[in-house]
Each structure stands twice: as C-alpha cells, then as structure tokens.
Write a protein that binds this ligand. Structure first.
Ligand code: NAI
Length: 510
C-alpha cells in the first residue's frame, strides 16, 4: 500500500458522515483519530465500524487480518487536544457556522501550523469558515456524499485564500482512497447541490402548472428520457421522497437566496406547503407517494384502448417530421401528405421548446396533439412516448392519438399543454445550469460531469447531456421555453449559446 498523503487523520463528528469518512481513510491505510463531543457517539461509531469490517470480511471483501488491522488504525479521542498529531482533520459536525467556527478555532490551537483542516459541510461557505481562522490558506471543503464508502466522489473546495497545495493533497488523499476528487471554487451548493437544482425544481414547477401528476412525470423521466442509452434511475418525485423534503426544500431555498434570487433556482410553493404538512417523504411513510413496507404505492397504468378504425394523420412540418411520418405509417395509420391537413385528419405536431398551442397556430387545435421527439420515439424503439394536447383538443382526438401511439406496445403519457413537454424542460434546465457552473468557473467541464454522474447518479453529466442532444437543439428548446413563458429561468447560458453557435462541444473549455 502506498504511503497516504496524510498518515494521521482526525475526524470530528462521528455521526452518519463522520463514520463513513473514518472507514474510507482507515481502509486506505491512514491512522484515524475520531472525536465527537458526545463520547457515546464515538463508542457507537467504533462498534458500528467493527461490525462493518467483520461483515466485509464475512463477504470476502476484506481479509480477516485486514479487517483487524483496519480497526486497529481507528483510535478514539476523548478531547480535541488528542488530535494534536493529525496532519489533516476533517470536520463532520452539526451544520452550523458558529459551531464549526468555534471548533476550527479549537483545532488551530492544538494542531501544527502545517496541518490541513477540512469541512464536510454541504451548504455553508468554506470562505466564511476560513475567515475566522489564523491560517485560512489551509482550510478547504472536503464534501463527501452518503454513504461515503459507496459514493465514490468528493468535492474538494477552495476559498479565495486556500492554498493550491492543500487542494492538491486532499485530491491525492481522496484518489488514493479510491474516490474521484473534483475541484470546485467555493460557491453555493458547490457543484453537485448546485447542478442538482434543475431536476426537482423544474419537476415541481411542471407539477405546479398542472401539466401532469407526479407519477406521470416520474415515468417520463425514467422511461422516455434516454441519455447515453439510459433514463434517470428515479423520477424527480421518487428522489424528493427518498431525500426527504425536510432536507431538500431548505437546500432549494438556501441556494435560491445565496444566488440572489436567480430565477432558475426559484423554489416551489408546493414543496413549502407539503413540508409544512409533514408530507416529507419515505422516512415518514408519506411524501409525494404513500409508502407501505418501504415501497411506494404507485397506481398501475391503464392499458391503452385499441382503435376500431385507423385514423388519418397529418404530420406538421418540423425537424422530426420525416421520422414521425414513418412511425405513423408503421403504426398502421393513413398518412396524409398534403401541405395542409384535411378536415378529418388527426394533426400531429412535434415542437421543440414550444407548447402545443403555439405550435398549432395555423391549424385546427381541436384535432391536434403534440408528441415529444427529443428522445427515441420510433416504431418499437422506445418504452414510452409523451403526448400533449392544447386546451382546445377534443377528448376523442386525445383518445385516438393515445391509442395510435401505443399500438406498438409503447406506453403513452398524456399531459396538458407545456412548452417543452416534461422531458425537454427538465433536461434543458439541467444542461443550462451545468453550463452556467462552467461559465462561472466554479469547476472544469469534466469535473462538473463527473460530479453529477457520481454524486447524483444521472445517466450523463449535464454537459455530455447537452452534447448528446446537440447544443443548438438545447438552445432552441430554451429559447422556445423563454419565449412562451416569459420566464427568465429558461434563458440559455452564455457558455451554451457560444458553443452552440460555434459548433463546439459543451465540454470545450477556453
Ligand atoms: P450527524 O448528526 O449524523 O452527526 C453529527 C455528529 O457531530 C454527531 O455525532 C454530534 O454529536 C457531533 N457534533 C455536533 N457538534 C459537535 C461539536 N461541536 N464537536 C464535536 N462533535 C460534534 O450529522 P451528519 O449527517 O453526519 O452530518 C455532518 C456534516 O456533514 C454536516 O456538516 C452535514 O451538512 C454534512 N453532510 C451531510 C450529508 C448527509 O447526507 N447526511 C452529506 C454531506 C455532508
């Protein structure tokens, strides 16, 4: 085993995160001293770790000897002064600036001037913690994710005074422990909690506009969206329920305030109200879903009706028109080829970033539906399609379209009018925010993508998402959304616009 960059590491706070951090570095070969102001919390952590190592040994992931040696490297500390020989101390205590500042002052009083002090804070400013320290150059953020040994990513965060050597050593220590280290400058939410704002926030906005219910939105994001061949593992409401609104709503509010009310991060009144009602998620048995034995109750989707007669379909002009026409024919409908729809035709639109109402301005909205063509939608080529109607669309038009577009076995989500459907809105906002993080030099494009993939489990990082869709298409979606809604949250980021205009990858730095 290589010598770790820090041979003796102190961990303060032996709760959920502290324990994981202790495990990670002890397994990587460091001696780890653990302090908590509740002595029983240290005892509980040691018992828990001993149990973890023996389980790993039972499963053959660790030899019995290694388990014993690793445990022997973990040493309880009864007071802060017992951390004096640590070369690095990682703080994972309560999330309060005053308490963390007080602890850092105590640590500076006992540690050598060369020791590095890192905070695992997820929402406080590293700069604000460092501001009260005698040596702010050795203070950094070291933001792990829960559970630490399994979430193989850590954000290494530097404030304006943090030394580059300190950041480099933290990155090395993380890499040696098997984690990917991403570098971020101190900014609200760092990378992951900043980039993660698009998914839930936009989904809540879509829900708030009455476009679709939670289950439909979740199904679209899991089953219709395909990025790098995969959808999102959890829909936005399943994820909010897992995290708990008690955690995620305050994060949404805090990021919004810290970015001076940036409209992209505007929190949702629905989340505020549901939090107040105690409907915070899985841990209390009810959030956006109700849980029985830990499983969400989700209604089965009704099977689509079959058509007695195949409709006549006219496909409106647009970039996806040819592929859409092939699909309509493959599904067995009669395709009209004239420049205008006949009086009987079902009118099918395929807007990008626009709503069905705007896309249908030249034709009879009563007979029109729109289909989302951003992700694969061809014959037997997708699990799910999304259809959207205008407020004027007749119910029989909707029923016919739903039956037609499920004729090859695909499931069909039927939503109300929404500029950008569900998938275009959420994905374009994720890309826009990712681009802004790159534009604001908070992290490199590669680190942004790695942090989001590993920290949030998205199928691709935001910049690769934009590249796969095509930066110009993402700009078109955002411009459409912006034009229809008038909401500045959808304005395309400069990073995105420039790369789209120049035909460059969104991962291209300059
Ligand atoms: P926790 O509540 O499980 O553990 C905190 C521990 O710190 C407790 O054992 C408590 O006794 C101890 N403590 C509190 N004040 C102390 C002090 N002044 N001196 C020494 N020990 C003290 O909390 P958790 O979830 O482990 O969070 C710790 C930190 O990690 C927070 O800053 C949190 O924002 C951050 N974090 C939490 C994540 C999570 O998913 N839980 C993810 C990433 C970061």
């Amino acid at each position: 085993m290589k010598t770790p960059p820090f041979k003796t590491i102190g961990v303060v706070g032996s709760g959920v995160m502290g324990r994981g951090i202790v495990q990670l570095f002890a397994q990587a070969g460091a001696t780890v001293r653990v302090f908590d102001n509740q002595a029983e919390a240290v005892d509980a952590a040691l018992t828990n770790l001993a149990d973890t190592f023996s389980k790993l040994a039972e499963k053959g992931r660790l030899s019995a000897q290694a388990a014993q040696d690793t445990m022997a490297r973990i040493l309880p500390a009864l007071q802060v002064s017992e951390l004096a020989d640590c070369e690095l101390v990682i703080e994972a205590i309560v999330e309060r600036l005053d308490v963390k500042r007080e602890l850092f002052a105590q640590l500076e009083a006992v540690l050598s001037d060369q020791a590095v002090l890192a905070s695992n804070t997820s929402s406080l400013s590293i700069t604000a913690i460092a501001a009260r320290c005698k040596h702010p150059e050795r203070i950094a953020g070291f933001h792990f994710f829960n559970p630490v040994p399994l979430m193989k990513i850590v954000e290494v965060i530097g404030g304006p005074r943090t030394g580059a050597d300190v950041l480099e050593r933290l990155c090395q220590a993380a890499r040696q422990a098997g984690h990917t280290a991403v570098l971020a400058t101190d900014a609200p939410g760092f990378i992951v909690n900043h980039a993660g704002r698009g998914f839930g926030t936009e989904a809540l906005k879509i829900l708030g506009e009455g476009v679709a219910d939670t289950l439909t939105i979740d199904r679209i994001m899991r089953e219709q969206v395909r990025l790098g061949g995969n959808g999102f593992r959890l829909g936005p409401f399943e994820l909010l329920d897992l995290t708990g609104l008690d955690v995620s709503h305050p994060v949404m509010e805090s990021i919004y305030r810290q970015f001076y009310e940036e409209p992209r991060f505007r929190p949702s009144a629905i989340a505020a109200q549901r939090s107040a009602a105690g409907l915070i998620g899985r841990k209390v048995g009810e959030g956006f879903y109700r849980y029985v034995d830990g499983k969400a109750l989700q209604a089965d989707e009704p099977t689509a009706s079959t058509l007695t007669a195949m409709p006549t379909v006219w496909v409106a002009p647009g970039p996806a028109a040819a592929e859409l026409a092939s699909l309509v024919e493959a599904l067995g409908a009669h395709l009209e080829s004239g420049p205008e729809p006949s009086a009987q035709a079902l009118i099918v639109l395929s807007p990008l970033g626009l709503d069905a109402t705007t896309a249908c301005r030249h034709w009879d909205a009563r007979r029109a539906v729109a289909i989302d063509t951003l992700f694969p939608f061809g014959y037997k080529a997708c699990q799910r399609r999304t259809l959207m109607s205008t407020p004027a669309t007749l119910s029989e038009t909707r029923a016919t379209a739903q039956a037609l577009f499920s004729a090859d076995g695909a499931r069909v989500a039927m939503i109300r009018d929404s500029a950008g459907f569900v998938s275009q809105r959420i994905v374009a906002l994720i890309v826009a925010i990712g681009c802004e993080i790159a534009q604001n030099r908070i992290a490199s494009p590669q680190d942004i993508d790695a942090a989001v993939r590993l920290g949030l489990g998205y199928p691709l990082g935001p910049l690769s998402m934009g590249d796969e869709i095509g930066p110009a298409k993402v700009v078109e979606i955002l411009r459409g959304l912006h034009a229809v809604s008038g909401d500045p949250r959808y304005r395309p980021s400069l990073w995105l616009q420039r790369r789209a205009q120049l035909g460059l990858s969104l991962l291209q730095d300059d």
